[in-house]
Design a protein around this ligand. Structure first.
Ligand code: RIB
Ligand code: CA
Length: 311
């Protein structure tokens, strides 16, 4: 069984990504760690606990990470995910609390204990990951793979015309990770914005009467109906696709590129820069990373629906 740690900021699409990881049966989900992003760290952590209770997996440890981006204020996204971060759905909190051990020490301990076995999927700002990498640089040779949802390569950003939310929220932490020699796969808006979950897809979830499918239906209906998604005719499955890539990389086609991020220009802050040679703004990059540029979107959405609605 492959092993995964999910680090994110639940958030509707994070919640669906965690459910996908669990219900796929492809991974032993070793831990869910949280970071401030879509909502505050406290809300994100409570939402992670709610999702693990919903899926009957409270045996999976939840640990909170860092409460604010590196050297910046937190610009949250309740305008996308709702005030409670889960589209107004009301999932009960379990009696248990998140672990007293912080996310950073939990992730380091688990990866170093099982070298080469754990895939770390990061779908929020990269604040936790940057701290982990600085605290324990050997993570790079012990993690099996690091998959991040973030960035916008050949498409516009979703929080400014240049920048994607996870990278924009903490560009300094993103720069530490993107410049590193970590074994990174990047799942940017270039592919996630093609995985548009439509009202017709939603009807296929409506017919299924399980607690998980009902949560997914209500959260996706909220997510589809925010103004910027209504214009798209559906909602992008950003974080579920990152988990999908961990499950089956054939959903995407990747290209090896050097990647950096703008941190010193107020207009293009958080813009991801890519290139085939580490020259100019890319000369500080230690290694190329796999960047997803094409996706078999309908096959992934079919997989997502079938997995979420399975008994
Ligand atoms: O830009 C989309 C990403 O930002 C997703 O991970 C979403 O959950 C938010 O974190
Ligand atoms: Ca997220």
């Amino acid at each position: 069984m492959k092993r995964m740690i999910y680090d994110g900021d639940p958030g509707i699409d994070d919640a669906l990504a965690i459910i996908l990881a669990i219900k796929s049966g492809e991974f032993d989900l070793e831990a869910v760690t949280t970071v401030a992003g879509n909502v505050s760290l406290e809300k994100a952590t409570k939402n992670a606990l709610r999702i693990l209770r919903l899926t009957g997996r409270l045996n999976i440890p939840v640990a909170a990470g860092i409460p604010s981006p590196f050297g910046r204020g937190l610009e949250r996204a309740e305008y996308v995910h709702g005030d409670n971060g889960l589209g107004g759905t009301s999932l009960p909190l379990p009696g248990v609390e998140d672990k007293c051990i912080g996310a950073l020490d939990l992730i380091i301990a688990k990866i170093m204990k099982k070298p080469g076995e754990i895939t770390l999927v990061a779908c929020g700002p990269l604040t936790n990951l940057a701290e982990i990498y600085m605290k324990e640089p050997r993570i790079g040779e012990n993690v099996r793979e690091l998959i991040i949802m973030g960035g916008a390569v050949q498409v516009p950003g979703n929080v400014t015309p240049h920048a994607e939310f996870n990278i924009y929220t903490d560009p300094e932490s993103a720069q530490i990770i993107l410049r590193s020699d970590l074994p990174l796969t990047i799942v940017p808006l270039d592919v996630t914005m093609k995985t548009i979950f439509t009202v017709y897809d939603l009807e296929q979830i409506y017919e299924v009467r399980t607690p998980v499918a009902e949560f997914a239906y209500n959260a996706l209906r909220y997510y589809q109906n925010i103004p910027k998604h209504k214009k798209l005719g559906g909602c992008p499955l950003h974080d579920p696709l990152a988990v999908g890539v961990a499950i089956d990389e054939s959903f995407v086609k990747t290209k090896e590129l050097y990647v950096n991020v703008v941190t010193d220009n107020i207009i293009t802050l958080g813009k991801t820069l890519v290139g085939e040679k580490n020259t100019g703004e890319l000369e500080v990059c230690a290694s190329k990373h796999k960047v997803c540029l094409e996706v078999d979107a309908r096959r992934f959405i079919r997989f997502f629906i079938d997995t979420i609605t399975a008994d």
